[in-house]
Design a protein around this ligand. Structure first.
Ligand code: ADP
Length: 399
């Protein structure tokens, strides 16, 4: 069985074709500048076929999908002989609201429910819906599954997801903490239990997804019980360019003083804040490490803040779960920056965490970076959201 995994953004579309017998990626790629002009980078991973990396006209997502299918099935760049070999498509969908607590086969009623969730994610959900419609237009009635970033967090209890504002805004308008990166937190926590050789039902895990966007999740017995992102992905930790937690009074003060519209204000909080805003250097942690090493104090402050926030949220989740067995680092920063992991783990002496520097230097593999006698185990687990989407799609399509 081969499954095409699609992650559609407003002007981009990432894809992987996964062979479910081996769980191997047989081809992957990225369409960019959809609706502007269009570019496709297609990389076959098997069969010694050529990489395609050229401009292709993509006025809409439908042309992007058509170009992907064309390359997947072509003589020179292809990995399958025809579209019939693609058994199903799994779509990443950002927001499933309270309607979707797990992945679901897409039909007309699901499409209607996705539209209803759009006000919660006005930038992301329309792009995901466009991707699904484009696939339908090009691929006909191949079965499709939606996998939601929010679904894993639907197990959070009311005391964790409710905002302390008048309750009718939750009841009438759905204003609550939803959380994101659920597919990633689900994958790494399940993998962590495998690596520990214990049933996940018996484990208390804190998963730190640290990329451009970052969130932390408390996972008790395999279920998300709290997470740092909220109604939107803006809050929680300071991120690459997002502000993280912020007193709403600051928004009122700045809007009044500088005459910002709400859109201008949110643009600052989403795109110009976080470690970029504090450092004035970059949103990329590699640049921050380099600048800090050369004595840039604001780059150092941004890094110190990030480490501090990860440590403090992790500690609060250990308290919320009355203990923690394992801490996981994943995503771009979590998987690649041993300095960041080390700096964060220095806060965890009280948990009995000790780090093995040699293990912490490894890259690109699942690894326990704590010493064997560390009371709390610490892991680096490269995330694989596409594989989760493909597995869910297989499980749902398979019945
Ligand atoms: P996204 O949230 O966009 O999916 P990723 O999980 O791919 O992000 O993470 C991207 C970020 O990972 C980059 O912005 C960069 O800050 C960080 N990163 C990647 N490699 C390294 C590295 N070797 N050292 C430190 N940070 C890194």
């Amino acid at each position: 069985m081969k499954i095409l995994v699609i992650n559609a953004g407003s002007s981009s579309l990432k894809y992987q074709l996964i062979d479910m017998e081996t769980e191997q990626v047989v081809a992957k790629g990225l369409c960019e500048r959809i609706g502007i002009d269009g570019h496709l980078k297609h990389t076959p991973m098997v069969g010694g076929k050529n990489v395609f990396n050229k401009d292709v006209a993509m006025p809409t997502h439908a042309e992007a999908i058509a170009a992907v299918i064309d390359k997947l099935t072509s003589e020179e760049y292809g990995v399958v002989s025809s579209m019939k070999e693609i058994d199903a498509v799994g779509h990443r969908v950002v927001h499933g609201g309270e309607k979707f607590a797990c992945s679901v086969k897409i039909d007309d009623s699901v499409m209607a429910a996705l539209e209803e969730c759009t006000p919660f994610a006005p930038l992301h959900n329309p792009a995901n819906i466009t991707g699904i419609n484009a696939c339908k237009a090009v691929m006909g009635d191949v079965p499709m599954v939606a996998v939601f970033d929010t679904a894993f967090h639907q197990t959070m209890p009311g005391k964790a997801f409710t905002y302390a504002i008048p309750y009718e805004y939750y009841k009438n308008d759905g204003i609550r903490r939803y959380g994101f990166h659920g597919t990633s937190h689900r994958y790494v926590s399940a993998r962590c239990a495998e690596l520990m050789g214990k049933p996940i039902e018996e484990l208390k895990i804190v998963s730190c997804h640290m990329g451009n966007g970052s969130s932390i999740c408390a996972i008790n017995g395999g279920k998300s019980v709290d997470t740092s992102m909220g109604f939107t992905p803006l809050v929680g930790l300071p991120m690459g360019t997002r502000c993280g937690d912020l007193d709403a009074g600051v928004i009122q003060f700045l809007m009044n003083k500088y005459g910002f519209s709400i859109d201008e204000m949110l643009n600052i909080l989403n795109k110009k804040s976080g470690v970029l805003g504090v450092s004035g250097v970059s949103s990329d942690f590699r640049d921050l490490d380099a600048a800090a090493e050369q004595g840039n104090e604001r780059a150092q402050l941004a890094l110190d803040m990030f480490h501090y926030w990860v440590a403090k949220v992790t500690g609060s989740y250990a308290a919320a779960m009355n203990g923690v067995d394992a801490i996981i680092f994943t995503a771009g920063v979590g998987e690649n920056s041993r300095e960041t992991r080390k700096a964060i783990c220095e806060y965890f002496g009280y948990l009995g965490v000790t780090i093995d520097d040699e293990a912490n230097s490894k890259r690109g593999e699942d690894v326990m970076i704590s010493t064997p006698d560390s009371k709390v185990k610490v892991f680096v687990i490269p995330t694989n959201e596409e594989l989760v989407i493909a597995r869910d799609t297989r499980d749902i399509i398979g019945g």
